[in-house]
Ligand binder design. Structure first.
Ligand code: PMP
Length: 443
């Protein structure tokens, strides 16, 4: 590492040499220097409670000895990785565990280094197996930043190119707050979405579709939780046409949504494939796809990933998975998530800026609007981000308009930490309500 200097100096160097489109949070971005539990410390010694867990990457929080020891043990062998051309014990073990946890009958697993690559692999498998490049996705979706993953991404803020290697058609998402269907009951909304899917199949595809890919709860799109049964209704239509369904569990997997281990299970759906990444390595780079064996083995040409399934990541992931299951963090996500959701809904009653609070487990969105309307207020969200940071809390931001605050702490979050975060969020939202208030940061 060359050069010293504080965050301001590092920012100037970052801006000079890294792309302008690489997003950084905060007007004065921070460098995370260390972490323990649900807290991190920046390069200038400021401590923060982390309610974004990286971006849902540190699902166990920071400095977990069981994970660190597993990584150190692999490093001690002198081999961080050689090649996936050789047998890797931890890769096989992790694949066995994930195949079983997936609930997909006769499942096989392919590892990658990121969520993007995982979706890329799922698209490759399904387009190849079905000999079609037609794909269905949801409006406002996010699936990664490679050519095809970006190509299916429905959220235009993250998919600037109109060129896509896949022929994608977009289906209505489960965004009740911004529903084009008007006010419908959950059951009627699900029926309307299924009708929309039928219509899309009839009008914008040849019917010969490779797959549908969707996030059970839209992440980057603003933690959009569809009504229960939404995916059941869509899956029934897909089944009528024999179209495989790929659940993108990159954000929703591993118990984050509280009620179920996979986000999609809340809808009583067993998908044909699931993609995963983020939390599995607790900060290590790992992703993958778990799919029905016939889909997985349907690829007719050889394919290999140099780093996917490497021993360092897979040993770290096995330790992460063990910890997660042993401590039943899904149950914690359910209980502490409920506490946060209730607390935030209480806060929303006194802060007119908050249009909606929605969530599943430890994945909670706070949609900010111009008071008394549903007009998105991204400037207020930017102010709220600065105000939380000033008070020692890190959160995320998302939504098509950048007006949704995203709360997704490590799954280990305690009740006291949840309450501490709620106090900060209350104060920050009040401060963000009035941009001229003393001590508030300009948007
Ligand atoms: N799918 C979803 C649902 C995601 O949220 C993300 C990352 N935000 C990705 C895929 C891409 O994962 P990665 O950034 O690891 O490539």
């Amino acid at each position: 590492m060359s050069g010293g200097g504080g965050a301001a100096d590092l920012l100037a160097r970052h801006r000079a040499v890294l792309p302008s489109w690489l997003t950084l949070n905060y007007e004065q971005p921070i460098e995370i220097a260390a972490g323990k539990g649900c807290r991190v410390i920046d390069g200038e010694g400021n401590e923060y409670l982390d309610f974004f867990a990286g971006i849902l990457t540190n699902m166990l929080g920071y400095g977990v000895p069981e994970v660190t020891e597993a990584i150190a043990a692999q490093a001690d062998t002198g081999v961080l990785h050689t090649s996936t051309l050789y047998l890797i014990r931890s890769q096989v073990e992790l694949a066995e565990r994930i195949a079983e946890l997936s609930g997909i009958p006769d499942a096989k697993v392919f590892f990658t280094s990121s969520g993007t690559e995982a979706n890329e692999a799922a698209l490759l498998l399904t387009t190849s197996a079905r000999r079609s490049n037609q794909v269905l996705a949801l409006r406002n979706s996010y699936h990664g930043r490679s050519y095809a993953a970006m190509g299916v991404t429905g959220n235009r803020g993250w998919s600037p190119s109109s060129f896509s290697p896949v022929d994608v058609s977009y289906v209505m998402n489960g965004y009740r707050y911004r529903s084009p269907f008007g006010h419908l009951s959950d059951a009627d909304y699900c029926r309307a979405a299924a009708d929309d899917l039928r219509d899309v199949l009839l009008t914008t595809t040849s019917g010969d579709v490779a797959c549908m890919i969707a996030e059970p709860v839209q992440g980057v799109g603003g933690f959009v939780v569809p009504p229960t049964g939404f995916f059941r209704a869509l899956k029934d239509v897909l089944d009528e046409h024999g179209i495989p369904f790929v659940s993108d569990e990159v954000q929703t997997g591993w118990g984050r949504t509280g009620d179920t281990f996979w986000g999609i299970s809340a809808h009583g759906v067993v998908p044909d494939a699931m993609t995963f990444a983020k939390g599995l390595g607790n900060g290590l780079s790992i992703g993958g796809v778990v799919a029905r064996a016939d889909l997985m083995d349907g690829l007719t040409a050889n394919s290999i990933s140099t780093f996917g399934g490497n021993p360092l990541s897979t040993r770290g992931a096995l330790a992460t998975l063990d910890y997660l299951l042993h401590h039943d963090l899904q149950a914690n996500a359910r209980a502490v998530g409920r506490r946060l959701l209730d607390g935030l809904r209480e806060i929303a009653r006194t802060v007119p800026l908050v249009g909606e609070v929605r969530g599943a487990g430890l994945m909670i969105g706070i949609e900010l609007v111009e008071p008394g309307t549903r007009v998105p207020d991204p400037a207020a969200a930017a102010r709220a981000m600065e105000e939380t940071r000033r008070r020692g809390l890190l959160i995320g931001k998302g939504g098509l308009h950048g007006n949704v605050l995203r709360v997704a702490p490590p799954l280990t979050l305690g009740a006291d930490e949840a309450d501490e975060g709620l106090d900060i969020l209350r104060a920050a939202l009040l401060a963000a309500t009035d941009p001229t208030a003393e001590g508030s940061t300009p948007a």
